[in-house]
Design a protein around this ligand. Structure first.
Ligand code: KIV
Ligand code: NA
Length: 265
């Protein structure tokens, strides 16, 4: 298949083809994901937790993301690499432009930014400078200190309305993709229906345009941490790392994952 490009993401949504995303941190697993037909590889700042052993994503730096982006990009021939903007690298337009430029030079095809609010200006700043942006709303792990933990977002009517407004605003600012993390199924469904850009869910129910999981989680490596409800271990049914990735991709494309047991009502 031809390599993924940013404009094809909207085409996939229009054609009703689910997008399958997985996090990746190195060339070996990236190569396996590429071979398994994963569409998007996220060099997530979750690396602070699953690779570095911290209990949040806050210690992750631009150097870390740049290094892991370069490692992942070398392993890919088809999947689109998306680099996470680490904590405060998008705190101002100037900082964000510097960080995102480094990540694109390291091989990323897109960068991901948590939040709306003042980040709308940052998204616009990057998009106007030819840097494709993936937005991220709902549970934004870089907000953990203010939120007081990792909790489902958008549960009451006012919070759901704010989430829908933020989703419209990031799309309006020029984001080409939107990750929705830990939001009730019905809220993610209405946001997905309202937007032309694809939504990628994680703990956001079955009606998003695609799904993402953390690599370690889908291989059953959540040791030391309580496993969130939306996580599924695909290694048992897949039989190998690449098999697990194929099983995950098939389940997303067939609409078998996530089911209600892996979603928030
Ligand atoms: O860092 C990460 O892995 C992420 C995904 C969970 C969306 O942001
Ligand atoms: Na992240």
């Amino acid at each position: 298949a031809a390599p993924w490009t940013v404009p094809k993401l909207r085409d996939a949504k229009r054609d009703g083809r689910k997008l399958v995303m997985l996090t990746g941190y190195d060339a070996g697993f990236a190569r396996a994901a590429d071979a398994a037909g994963i569409d998007l590889l996220l060099i997530g700042d979750s690396l602070g937790m699953v690779v570095q052993g911290h209990d949040s994503t806050l210690p992750v730096t631009m150097d870390h993301i740049e290094y892991h982006t370069a490692c992942v990009a070398r392993g890919l021939s088809q999947a689109l690499p998306v680099a996470d903007m680490p904590f405060q690298s998008d705190g101002s337009c100037a900082l964000a432009l510097d960080a995102a430029t480094r990540f694109l030079r390291a091989g990323a095809g897109m960068v991901k930014i948590e939040g709306a609010g003042h980040k709308l200006e940052v998204i616009r700043h990057l998009v106007e400078r030819e840097i494709p942006v993936c937005a991220h709303l709902g549970l934004t792990p870089q907000s953990v200190l203010r939120l007081g933990g990792y909790k489902v977002q958008g549960r009451d009517d006012a919070a759901a309305r704010r989430l829908r407004e933020d989703a419209a605003a990031v799309a309006e600012a020029g984001a080409e993709l939107l990750v929705l993390e830990c939001v009730p199924t019905a809220v993610a469904e209405s946001i997905t229906a309202a937007l032309e850009i694809p939504t990628i869910g994680i703990g956001a129910g079955p009606h998003c345009d695609g799904q993402v999981l953390v690599l370690h989680d889908m291989l059953g490596l959540s040791s030391g941490h309580r496993r969130p409800k939306f996580v599924k271990d695909f290694l048992a049914e897949g039989g190998s790392v690449e098999g697990a990735m194929r099983a995950y991709a098939d389940a997303v494309r067939d609409g078998r994952f996530p089911d209600d047991a892996h979603s928030y009502a």
